[in-house]
Write a protein that binds this ligand. Structure first.
Ligand code: ARG
Length: 593
């Protein structure tokens, strides 16, 4: 009833240059012109154009409902309700070849769509993206060095981006580009040989904390020239592939990997490790290729690629002949494009590495690996994020230790949420397992959501009390809101699966329609969050969904009302969409609280 749908058959738009982005933009311009004429008083209203399910047309315009709620209290606004607005928007469209047919959605269109989603599943609302395969390079800590809160941010943001792309039917290669190669390994291996002559049989526990191990070996390296000499030799022997050196290297990596996995396991994050060492064999070939293209120049003994507009060159071979971070990234990009056939390669690191990636991408464009036009695929994108700050406004640290042990941090979030649950008497009500499960869902969910809800480029302040607050825009509030909806449905005593098939969803009340329309916008929001690589867009949607639900629930009686069946279906649809949002954000939903 309330949404004008432009069933636009866009017959003239078949050539390749006119991709979906530009179609949407052009339609937005047309609808914007119409909106300005239709309701001149609301000149700040942006056109809401989205792709729609194929059987309803190609694109839809979602402005009528929102406009109606803005003007309905203004006297003599000239409209009777959303449908009349929709009709006039259509009439005021400027003449164009682009739109073959434009129709107004009939009554119940929103409702029907939602009911269809309930029956078929939320996958029918998955956005359609123009790519088949993507690489998301995220987390990527360094062996034997600390895995810090920056890596935690990368892990959380990268996982969400991967989940959103996977939901959109993109084949995602989740890459852990761990720093497992470099000169520090000579020192570590030599130190291992010295301290643990029996190292091949020494357990990880015996070797103990690798960060301490790293510090101690660095100290020795700086103080003992003979050791330093051996360490430098060790690098050569490792790179030459000598067995015992390779084995020692593998063992050191294994210890780190076990530590990283503890974090991934708590967060429920899947990653496939292809560390820097993996790309090492590809570097010479890639550099040769770039050299043959005339892109590599000599500069102060090093070999570099000059990039227009940047005052420093990209060093691809160091003056000592060794390779570096950039050499590896060039080889990795080449591999991902040519061997893995990825169409979109996404790198998630702190903003401090932005220039590095911009230079790598520019070099790839010069080499013709990537198109010069950033709107075309294959494409490489850097997803930068800001710092994690402590209460003091400085870089986040815990208490008196210099670094934050991520495992401890996550355990603390869980323990705090567990204490709250126990205070609320849940220990008596629930099994120990339920208590643990909920404490984890809430605790880890809180850490993730606090990170994701901000625009990633801004620094964010880590605060347990804030993120575990059950009011405001927090995971706790949202998880509770979801659990409450589930309990409304449970307490109705109705079989919701049966209702989905036999009941009919109608949206007569303004707040029912408002909630219904918001549900329907899920797909376009996920699409926007994917396209712009902004998880906070999805968080905002989820929070508004919860607010819309609250409004509906306080104005519309559900259980025991004449509209009970329809309203229970609306509750269920809200719960389904909320759960999908949680899933995309890597948060485990809870069903009772
Ligand atoms: N290991 C790097 C760090 O800790 C991040 C690697 C990011 N990925 C890449 N392909 N460079 O800062």
């Amino acid at each position: 009833r309330s949404v004008p749908i432009s069933k636009t058959s866009i017959s003239t738009m078949t050539n390749d240059e006119e991709n979906a982005g530009t179609v949407k933009k052009q339609l937005s311009k047309l609808f914007e012109q119409s909106l300005r004429i239709t309701v001149p008083s609301e000149s700040d209203v942006e056109p809401l154009i989205a792709a729609c399910a194929p059987k309803f047309g190609d694109y839809q315009c979602n402005n009528a409902m929102g406009l109606w709620s803005r003007i309905k209290n203004k006297k003599d606004n000239g409209f009777k309700g959303p449908p009349t607005i929709g009709k006039v928007i259509m009439e005021n469209l400027p003449p164009t070849e682009m739109i073959e047919k434009c129709t107004l959605a009939g009554p119940g269109w929103i409702a029907k769509n939602i009911q269809k989603m309930l029956i078929i599943g939320i996958e029918t609302w998955a956005p359609r993206l123009p790519i088949k395969r993507a690489v998301v390079d995220f987390s990527s800590p360094n062996i034997a060095k600390e895995m810090h809160v920056g890596h935690l941010r990368s892990t959380i943001i990268g996982d969400t981006l991967a989940r959103m792309l996977e939901f959109s039917n993109v084949d995602v290669l989740r890459r852990n580009h761990v720093g497992d190669w470099g000169t520090q390994f000579g020192m570590l291996i030599e130190f291992l040989f010295d301290k643990f002559p029996n190292w091949e049989h020494a357990s990880a526990q015996a070797i103990g904390d690798l960060q301490e191990f790293y510090k101690a070996s660095k100290k020795r390296f700086d103080e003992d020239p003979a050791f330093k000499g051996r360490a430098q030799q060790a690098v050569v022997r490792l790179q030459g592939g000598e067995t015992s050196y390779r084995r020692a290297w593998a063992q050191i990596c294994e210890i780190s990997r076990n530590e990283f996995n503890k974090v991934y396991q708590r967060l429920g994050v899947q990653l496939e490790e292809k560390g820097e060492s993996f790309y090492n064999p590809y570097i010479p070939g890639v550099i040769e290729q770039l050299s043959n293209q005339g892109l590599v120049e000599e500069s102060q003994g090093a070999r570099v690629i000059h990039i227009e507009g940047v005052n420093i060159p990209l060093i691809v071979v160091k003056s000592d002949g060794g390779y570096n971070y950039a050499s590896t990234d060039m080889a990795a990009l080449w591999y991902r494009l040519n061997e893995e056939k990825a169409e979109w390669i996404i790198y998630v690191t702190d903003v401090g590495q932005q220039q590095h990636f911009e230079m790598v991408f520019s070099a790839a464009k010069l080499a013709g690996w990537l198109p010069a036009n950033d709107n075309m695929y294959p494409k490489a994108s850097h997803v930068g994020f800001g710092l994690v700050l402590g209460e003091d406004g400085k870089r986040f640290r815990t208490r008196n230790t210099e670094v934050v042990r991520l495992v401890d941090l996550l355990d603390e979030a869980k323990n705090r949420s567990k204490s709250v649950l126990i205070e609320r008497g849940k220990a008596a009500e629930w099994t120990e397992q339920e208590l643990e499960h909920t404490a984890e869902a809430v605790g880890y969910g809180a850490v993730k959501y606090a990170d994701l809800k901000n625009n990633r480029l801004t620094n964010y302040t880590f605060n347990f009390d804030q993120m575990l607050n059950d009011k405001g825009n927090t995971a706790v509030y949202l998880l509770y809101a979801h659990a409450r909806i589930c309990s409304i449905i449970r307490k109705s005593g109705k079989d919701i699966d049966e209702l989905k098939k036999t009941g009919v969803l109608t949206l007569d009340h303004d707040d029912e329609r408002g909630l219904g329309l918001h549900l329907l916008q899920f797909s376009e929001v996920v699409e926007e969050a994917c396209t712009n690589l902004l998880p906070n867009v999805l968080c905002e949607y989820l929070y508004n969904l919860s607010e819309n639900f609250t409004k509906f629930y306080s104005n519309c009686q559900v259980v025991g009302s004449a509209e009970e069946t329809s309203r229970l279906l609306l509750c269920e649809a809200t719960a389904v969409v909320m759960r999908k949002c949680f899933h995309l954000l890597g948060i485990t939903p809870v069903y009772k609280i």
